[in-house]
Design a protein around this ligand. Structure first.
Ligand SMILES: [Zn+2]
Length: 939
């Protein structure tokens, strides 16, 4: 039997079981008289196998309640009986062979409830639309579609409506879309005002329009009329509504254990203490790879910065820094520019500003000119006209000098700037002679690295390049203990002549010097510039952490939490500080660990989590970078490893720009696979490394991910208050995404996410917004080779990413709040894992058929009661796990709308994320109780 129920435009096609034949399941029959059903027994629909028509007649003669479905089998007939358990037993006692339970009473009750709710909702919507006379165009022909309409409140109580919509012309037209709002149930469309939403285009590809706006009342419906006049209407959804108290936490729940930022050393100390305090519940696991270590070779550069030298006997004798050359005119010649310094006089009220033609200026001198009143170019032009060899601008405000700006042609002398303080010293000690010396050119620089690590002797070395002060002196290298001296060569006039390449060769070929250091020219230069004399300097590894931070390759630790840490329980992995400068995420990891351990003894639900899960918490994946960010460069994102070649950014000037972005060095959809969002440059903040998994940090995380029982993970980052999952990367051009999760997987991600984000919001009302929730590549950017993608695609782990808070190192009050709220979210992930593990509720589904704009066709979609995959056939064949998988309509959309000929036979079943199959169907092609329907509208 097949019956169609028509509700407005919706047709529910249902089959089998007589579910709707009499409004209620049929009462059991008392004609089966060997047993009376007990009063509270409920009926089920059970398959009964009979050999032939005669046996079927005998079955009918018992008076059992049969529905009208009779299937011919190879060995007889199959019918469905609506019976209580007692009646089923009686049938068996009478020799009838019963089979699978097709529908239980619980199935019936929930299906009925669902049906009634669907009917009520559609009637209400239809009445509402009719009352408001909306022009609602058929959704399969309208060129605009509303994807999300979410209402939420911010921490400060502001009401916000976030809207996402797709417009068919969005790729080619830059127009905004205007969203009209009503002002609550039953109000006129437009009465709540309007807001505009803008295109979201990434990598040249239009994704959707999006935008959020504050509203004064919560709208019930919104409407978008596209520029072509097509219309879409949608009901507004509540994003993260918080109803009542958090039933998870109670009076006995302890939290708030973190009082300051923690360095990686302190993080590891903390989890060691926890493992020692709770030996029955936790243990420390040292991951297989040690890092390359918080250590570097000591370095120096033989070069000099630009400087102005004043000769004795002037009281100003000495060296002064300058900025420049200016944006116009030539630079200082490499050999320097010598002369007398002379303060200019232009005969005006401010004579030293040189804005008018100079008076009495000594030709060939270096002009000292005060900054102020007129352009730098004008000052230089006046000095040049008076015969100056160069111009030194004296700043007129305190602070560092800067390169004078401007542009002009015809300027042949260099211009630089010195500070106000330095200028006043020189001006008040004239007459004076001296020299302007430029910074070393790249061609004249020599870099040296210690052979030993800095902390193992490299930092004790010194080096100087010396002018011997006599003509025709050869280049030589002396080593005295830790002190290296380069005696520069001179020509017959006594001028320095040793080039950088010659100095490099001299150091590297000297047995004693090359035992201490390795020398190189600067960033691939041929080294044909003359090396200047430099004062003696220490080589340094420039590492500032106290000795309590180990310089050795560092162990990386995880805390494993659970009563049964043998791999028998579902695993959850949380890991933080892939990115060194992100200081709050490790605290979320620690706070969550302490909540789990310190509440176990007295908080029942926490005890359930630890008794049934295998939780791995790795608070710092990248301890070397982490230490560097605390003690040396708080902007450090990557690990500390220098992969730059000796002809590249190898020298000390690049020391804050080395390292591999650990979140770009993994194996799936990586830079090396052609995906976007990572760099081959060794100084890029998204450097992917020399090859996949080149870094010990990454090998460690892969080891964690490959624990076979790990099912869920959270990659803790900051900042931005994002909550994301795969895919995390795409290839350009064309924005070819890594494979998208199935509709069921995506639904599960969204469903679990709403639980986790609601837990976060409970702390202080922070709403992670809909626009910042979803696949990484949909809401943020492509991040080729990120860890989440490896965990999801390679290991099948439901892998999420937090982007905690609003900055990398916020003030402590803010950091503390972020720690508390995202720990709520991380603990909720543990609860999601537990729910998943205990989920044995079968999903239910139905088909929904609507009119198509094409004659003879109808639109078909599947609804499920929980996130579930739907496998279907349209040719009457038996659905299996190889059948077509029902997909989403597009990025951030619900299920697709299939257009099929009216009357198409639809067979299907659904499977939830935990593997429960609808109706206990065996999807091996032999089972019978898959769902059946006809894609048909009402008559
Ligand atoms: Zn990060």
């Amino acid at each position: 039997m097949r019956r169609k129920l028509t509700v407005g435009a919706i047709t529910l096609a249902v089959t089998g079981a007589g579910l709707y034949s009499a409004g209620l399941p049929a009462a059991s029959s008392d004609i089966i008289n060997t047993l009376e059903p007990t009063a509270d027994e409920q009926t089920s629909v059970v398959e009964v196998h009979v050999a032939d028509r005669d046996e079927l007649d005998e079955l009918i003669a018992t008076g059992v309640d049969l529905d009208h479905q009779v299937h011919a089998l190879e060995d007889g007939l199959e019918v469905h009986a609506v019976v209580t358990p007692s009646e089923a037993e009686a049938l068996e006692a009478m020799g009838f062979e019963t089979g699978e339970v097709v529908f239980s009473s619980a199935d019936m009750d929930s299906a009925l409830e669902e049906r009634e709710a669907t009917i009520a909702a559609h009637i209400a919507e239809n009445e509402e639309f009719a009352a408001q006379a909306y022009d609602q165009t058929n959704p399969d022909v309208s060129d605009v579609k509303i994807v999300r309409a979410d209402y939420y409140t911010t921490q400060t109580g502001t009401q916000v409506l976030s809207v996402e919509a797709k417009w068919a012309q969005g790729q080619t037209s830059s127009q905004q879309l205007t969203v009209e709002r009503d002002s609550g149930p039953g109000t006129d469309m437009g009465s709540g005002g309007t807001q505009n939403i803008s295109r979201f285009v990434d990598a040249g590809v239009y994704l959707y329009h999006r935008g959020a706006s504050s509203v004064s009342t919560r709208p019930e419906y919104i409407r978008i009329t596209s520029p072509t006049g097509d219309v879409a209407v949608a009901k507004v959804n509540d994003w993260l509504p918080i109803e009542g108290d958090d039933e998870f936490k109670g009076d006995v729940y302890e939290e708030d254990f973190i009082t300051s930022y923690l360095t990686p050393t302190e993080l590891y100390d903390r989890i060691h203490q926890l493992a020692a305090e709770f030996p029955d519940l936790a243990e420390i696991v040292e991951l297989p790879q040690k890092t390359n270590g918080y250590r570097r070779h000591a370095q120096a550069l033989l070069d000099q910065s630009s400087r102005l030298v004043v000769d004795p006997p002037s009281a100003a004798a000495g060296e002064y820094g300058f900025a420049g050359p200016a944006g116009y005119g030539p630079g200082i010649p490499q050999a320097g520019l010598a002369g007398s310094f002379a303060l200019v006089n232009d005969g005006s009220a401010l004579p030293a500003e040189g804005c008018d033609p100079l008076v009495g200026f000594p030709t060939g001198s270096i002009a000292l000119v005060d900054r102020g009143t007129c352009p730098f170019v004008q000052k230089t032009q006046n000095a040049q006209a008076a015969g100056a060899a160069a111009v030194v601008i004296v700043n007129n405000v305190p602070g560092a000098p800067f390169s004078p700006g401007g542009s002009a042609s015809g300027i042949t002398i260099p211009t630089v700037m010195i500070s106000q303080d330095d200028g006043s010293v020189i001006k008040s000690n004239l007459p004076a002679t001296g020299t302007l010396l430029p910074a070393s050119s790249n061609a004249s620089r020599v870099g040296v690295d210690s052979v030993a690590w800095g902390h193992e002797g490299g930092n004790d070395l010194t080096i100087a390049s010396v002018n011997p002060g006599v003509p025709d002196s050869p280049l030589s290298v002396d080593v005295d203990g830790n002190d290296i001296t380069v005696n520069l060569g001179t020509d017959s006039s006594g001028a320095l002549v040793s080039t950088a390449a010659e100095v490099v060769a001299a150091i590297n070929s000297d047995a004693a010097a090359s035992g201490l250091v390795f020398a190189y020219t600067y960033r691939g230069s041929t080294g044909n510039g003359v090396v200047p004399a430099t004062s003696r300097q220490n080589l340094s590894d420039f590492l500032s952490a106290p000795d309590t931070v180990s310089r050795d390759p560092h162990s990386v630790y995880a805390l494993r939490i659970g009563k049964h840490r043998d791999g028998s329980k579902p695993g959850v992995l949380a890991y933080a500080q892939e990115h060194a400068r992100e200081w709050v995420p490790p605290l979320v990891a620690i706070e969550s660990a302490e909540r789990l351990l310190r509440n176990y003894a007295h908080h029942g639900q926490t005890k359930q989590l630890l008794n049934n899960l295998d939780i791995w918490i790795a608070p710092s994946i990248n301890p070397d970078g982490g230490h560097y960010s605390f003690y040396d460069d708080n902007g450090q994102r990557r690990n500390m490893t220098r992969h730059c070649s000796v002809t590249g950014s190898y020298d000390l000037n690049a020391r804050d720009n080395w390292g591999v972005d650990n979140n770009r060095n993994y194996t799936e959809y990586s830079l090396f696979d052609g995906y976007s969002g990572a760099s081959t440059s060794c100084t890029s903040d998204v450097f992917a490394g020399p090859s996949e998994l080149s870094e010990p940090e990454n090998k460690n995380l892969e080891w964690l991910a490959s624990r076979p029982n790990i099912k869920f993970s959270m990659n803790l980052h900051s900042s931005g208050n994002y909550f994301m999952w795969s895919p995390g990367s795409y290839a350009t051009p064309g924005r070819i995404s890594a494979p998208r999760p199935t509709l069921a997987e995506e639904s599960f991600f969204w469903g679990a996410s709403s639980r986790i984000l609601t837990a976060i919001k409970r702390h202080r009302g922070l709403s992670v917004t809909p626009a910042r929730t979803g696949p990484i590549s949909d809401v943020l950017y492509s991040a080729a080779g990120n860890s989440g993608d490896m965990l999801w695609y390679k290991y099948g782990i439901y892998a999420w990413n937090f982007e905690v808070g609003t900055s990398f190192q916020p003030n402590w009050t803010e950091a503390h709040d972020e720690t508390m709220e995202f720990s709520n979210g991380l603990v909720e992930l543990m609860r999601v894992a537990r729910s998943f593990d205990t989920d044995n509720t079968r999903p239910e589904s139905q088909i929904v058929v609507t009119e198509s704009s094409t004659a003879g066709m109808v639109n078909l979609k599947f609804d499920t009661t929980e996130p579930a995959a739907v496998f279907y056939t349209l040719d009457g064949s038996t659905p299996t796990l190889s059948s077509t998988l029902y997909a989403s309509a597009g990025i951030r959309e619900a299920g697709e709308l299939l257009t099929v000929p009216e009357g198409t036979t639809v067979h299907w079943f659904s499977v939830d994320a935990a593997g429960n199959v609808e109706q206990n169907y065996e999807p091996d092609g032999k089972g019978k109780n898959f769902r059946k329907g006809i894609a048909a509208l009402s008559d």
